[in-house]
Ligand binder design. Sequence first.
Ligand code: ATP
Ligand code: MG
Length: 329
Amino acid sequence: MTLAVEVAGLVKQYGRARVLDGIDMEIPSGTVMGLLGPNGAGKTTTVRIVTTLLRPTAGSVRVAGVDVLRDPAGARTRIGLSGQYAAVDANLSGFENLRMVARLYGMNHRQSARRATDLLSALGLDHAAGRRAGTYSGGMARRLDLAGALVARPAVVVLDEPTTGLDPRGRMDMWRVIGDLVDDGTTVLLTTQYLEEADLLADRITVIDHGRVIARGSADELKTSIGGDRLTVTLAAGQDPQQAMAVLAEVGIGEPTHDPDAHEVTIVVGDGSRTMVEALRRLDDAGVCVVDAGVHRPTLDDVFLSLTGAPADPAAAPENDDVAEEILS
Ligand SMILES: Nc1ncnc2c1ncn2[C@@H]1O[C@H](COP(=O)(O)OP(=O)(O)OP(=O)(O)O)[C@@H](O)[C@H]1O
Ligand SMILES: [Mg+2]
């Protein structure tokens, strides 16, 4: 197994704040690594260090065998980075944008035009090739940005929240594109707030919180690691969640959780369906009115909740600012 990315003992300190506290991560060639974590966990910081945009306080990174700190220029030729905010020139057409990037990489006129055309087609943008990028939808602009990152055929593609802010259609288009990349043997490091996305795309997942790795494995391994089915009941309007939680605590394992927005109370249970019948009987006895109930296998959301004590919350993602600060020369 060759490793496309090797991150060892990565530390990043800002004054007294240690935002990365010893991150280790290995990505085998041709696989997708999902980097998951709540807001402020250190995902973007990790990605910036891996892509040479930021210098770590300690630790090492190798990309396709190249030491990122010793040879940032060499590492950069092996990496394609696509960030959350598309870096495309709104005044140029999609075709012109990509041809320009190809020219910057030293391709001649004809090679550049060819590469631009091929990528537009691969990313499903051929119909808009001649249109100003400023007229593209958010999803199309993101795909054009990704195409720009692919021009030089990098061994490793790094995607920081590739689908945040996209509608379901745009997200599905992007997932298809990322899937195609992987089929072609590209290694992908992907940060995401969407657990569904990591579940679907990532071969392996690294979960970080407060700058440390708190879990790693495939999506299935992570789900199995937290064990047990989940019983969720949806309360009728005006019902007291505390009372429902007290009843569920009697039939389940550990402390129930409450999602006030969805009027839902959830608890881990041993024998799912039998416990549900018992729980509904007891809720009825206690006079708690329930409009829905169900048992499900743990999702990655449950893993996240169980590991970090907080649900994944895409809506809370802050802006990624000061991108180019501390660029390595
Ligand atoms: N230049 C800086 N100076 C001081 N602290 C910083 C700086 N850049 C980032 N941080 C802090 O480092 C921590 C990790 O930030 P980072 O952007 O890596 O998190 P993230 O996991 O990408 O979060 P999000 O999901 O919100 O994008 C945060 O607490 C952030 O405030
Ligand atoms: Mg981030």
